[in-house]
Design a protein around this ligand. Structure first.
Ligand code: DQA
Length: 142
């Protein structure tokens, strides 16, 4: 299977950024953990702090469709309707939104996602394990 894992704004700072909320692991640790746990999956990983670049990555995932798209949009989750529209148009058979933290147990503004209507499933509050859950879900749908 081929799975694209996209991380958005500020997620390149994982490990240094509020480890009590997001965990001590870096994004590199998360990606290495996925490769180790799913040796048969061909992963494409990318992270960007630029919304337009994220739109391009989502479109790229659509023109060369993977079996699944796993995306943590970071704070864009809460207001970036352009990402909603890009995800809605993406032809990936399965799309999963992941949040490391439990966005429902934090500030009120984190409780709403403008992206969720364009994806099949949402994982929140499981830390890095949430990405593994998302990949397992994609594989279960193949
Ligand atoms: C996040 C939650 C968002 O509210 C926040 O802005 C992030 C990370 C998460 O993974 O828990 O940057 O998407």
């Amino acid at each position: 299977a081929r799975i694209t894992v996209l991380n958005g704004v500020n997620l390149g700072a994982l490990g240094r950024r509020r480890p009590e909320v997001y965990g001590k692991g870096t994004l590199g640790d998360i990606e290495a953990g996925l490769r180790e746990a799913f040796p048969d999956v061909r992963f494409t990983f990318a992270q960007t702090d630029y919304e337009g670049e994220m739109v391009g990555l989502i479109h790229a995932a659509a023109t060369e469709p993977a079996d699944g798209l796993v995306v943590n949009p970071g704070a864009w989750t809460h207001y970036a309707r352009a990402l909603h529209d890009a995800l809605e148009a993406a032809e990936s058979p399965v799309k999963v939104e992941v949040h490391l933290s439990n966005v429902h147990a934090r500030e009120e503004w984190r409780r709403h996602s403008v992206v969720s209507p364009a994806v099949d499933a949402v994982v929140a509050g499981m830390g890095a394990f949430g990405y593994h859950v998302a990949v397992r879900y994609v594989l279960s749908r193949l």
